[in-house]
Design a protein around this ligand. Structure first.
Ligand code: ADP
Ligand code: ASP
Ligand code: MG
Length: 477
């Protein structure tokens, strides 16, 4: 019997899963930089890579599919050209002839898939969520091929791996959930040979597949999640998420130019930040590494020597009170008022049941049991579905006139102050109230997270930037 080399022992080489986002792989120059980072670390650690599509490609694919399904036969043909051109350009600039011979046919296959799918959508004038997943994640298939080839051509053994062979999910197309046990087994098994041979796997982010092998996606921005799913499955020592900022900051740097890097935050803080709109992290990223307590680093591929932010199971911080401010700028508040004949518990039960049927997250909830009023905020994009489901659920109550109409207030933003140590710090809500008032910003609603990790304020969308800025200043972040 041939004795196989064991997978490199952990005591010798730590295993790091490195995820690179869209801007980090956005051009030939950026991909070359990725290959340098990976090759450099692969000398000291075992590295597994997860890549996003090149920046802008996923948006472009989704737009093309939508236009094709509306019967537009021209637009997707332009996208086909651009898709082929952007990837071909990288291959031309960075790959030797032998590597081009391997990679160009694979890129061409992806472009053919794009063409066949779009031509089908334009014929039947429809794109199903299932077909959209196959199409929208083609960018990751193409970028993984390129990054693996660039690594090989500079002497680092690497192979592109399609995550449909690793990540097993349910069939909730567009926002699938991994089936973790099967994913762990499949990921370990599929990658074992490469790991034994010291080959760096370059895995497509964003996508997975059902048990039947049908391609799914993990939701927009889901490659971060792919990174930690693979990290959890392989028992990685660390997961590094390479992006275009120096780490998690005290606020979105696009809203507050003076925002500061946080050297360390806790899992609960990261979860809260990403849930409330901090784009730097997909909102499910921490979940796959929680049990194993794997640290997740956020690093800047444009500034690789900066250590970045370490996300650890629990914060070891001396900073009390507010740590960061985040916001969801496109939200809506929905208000339901019942009459006496409809008790408050029944109003609340039916409302949340309706939300759960559509799997819709609520951003904040406030109530007045005495007045029989329930008020909650959702993402603007979910309003139509929520309203339709509520109207269905309360059809009889409306007919009996037990309930006044369902009201929707649009153009609302939710501004959230986050910090694990806020619970022991009095007066935070008061200070935030005060500073918003002094700047003439009126607060529509306020809610404290039950974990006491966050306080949320609903304000008008037009006030979001100013609100984040003045709260950030007030707490001297
Ligand atoms: P990638 O393509 O690497 O996944 P994203 O664009 O998804 O990158 O996320 C990084 C962006 O997140 C940053 O460029 C920044 O504008 C935005 N962002 C929002 N809130 C924060 C925050 N609190 N800290 C850092 N970045 C943030
Ligand atoms: N490419 C996918 C998106 O744009 C996934 C990701 O980049 O994380 O949503
Ligand atoms: Mg992202």
């Amino acid at each position: 019997m041939v004795k196989e080399n064991p997978i490199p022992s952990k005591s010798k080489r730590p295993l790091i899963v490195m995820k690179f986002g869209g801007t980090s792989v956005g051009s030939a120059e950026r991909m070359k930089n990725v290959a340098e980072i990976v090759a450099d670390h692969a000398q000291r650690a075992e590295v597994a890579v997860v890549v996003s599509a090149m920046g802008g490609v996923t948006d472009m694919l989704i737009r093309a599919a939508t236009q094709a399904s509306q019967g537009d036969r021209e637009q997707w043909k332009n996208v086909r050209r651009e898709l082929a051109h952007r990837h071909r350009e990288v291959a031309d600039q960075l790959l030797k002839a032998a590597e081009q011979a391997i990679v160009l046919p694979r890129l061409a296959d992806a472009v053919t898939d794009f063409e066949n799918l779009c031509s089908g959508f334009s014929l039947v004038r429809e794109v199903t969520p299932r077909a959209m997943d196959t199409l929208s994640s083609l960018g990751e298939v193409m970028s993984a091929q390129l990054v693996a080839a660039i690594l090989r051509s500079r002497g680092t053994p690497a192979e592109a791996v399609d995550a449909t062979e690793l990540i097993v999910t349910d069939d909730n197309f567009g926002s699938a959930t991994p089936l973790f046990e099967e994913t762990h087994a499949q990921t370990r098994q599929r990658l074992a040979g490469l790991r034994r041979r010291g080959v760096v796997p370059v895995i497509t982010g964003f996508r997975g597949a059902t048990r039947q092998g049908v391609c799914t996606t993990l939701g927009r921005g889901g490659s971060d999640y792919s990174g930690t799913i693979v990290g959890g499955a392989l028992d990685a020592d660390e997961v590094w998420i390479w992006t275009d900022v120096d780490g998690v900051m005290t606020a979105d740097p696009r809203l507050v130019p003076g925002a500061r890097i946080l050297p360390e935050i806790s899992y609960p803080e990261a979860i809260e930040l990403s849930f409330f709109g901090a784009k730097v992290l997909h909102h499910k990223t921490i979940q796959p590494v929680m049990k194993k307590k794997i640290p997740v680093w956020i690093k800047n591929s444009f500034n690789p020597t900066c250590p970045g932010t370490c996300i650890v199971p629990s914060a070891n911080s001396s900073q009390r009170g507010v740590k960061a401010i985040t916001s969801v700028s496109k939200a809506a508040i929905i208000t339901l008022s019942g009459k006496d004949a409809l008790s408050f518990p029944r109003l609340a039960a039916k409302t949340f049941n309706a939300l759960s049927l559509e799997d819709i997250p609520t951003l904040m909830v406030t109530q007045s049991s005495a007045d029989n009023v329930l008020c909650f905020a959702v993402h603007e994009a979910d309003v139509r579905r929520v309203k339709a489901q509520l109207e269905k659920s309360f059809e009889l109550e409306m007919l009996h006139d037990y309930m006044v109409a369902i009201e929707v207030m649009s153009h609302v933003a939710i501004v959230v102050a986050i910090g694990e140590d806020m619970k022991g710090t009095p007066g935070i809500a008061g200070r935030a109230f005060g500073v918003l008032g002094r700047h003439g910003i009126s607060i529509i609603a306020i809610a404290q997270g039950s974990s006491e990790l966050s306080i949320s304020f609903a304000v008008k969308s037009a006030d979001v930037k100013e609100s984040v800025k003045v709260i950030h200043e007030e707490f001297k972040l």
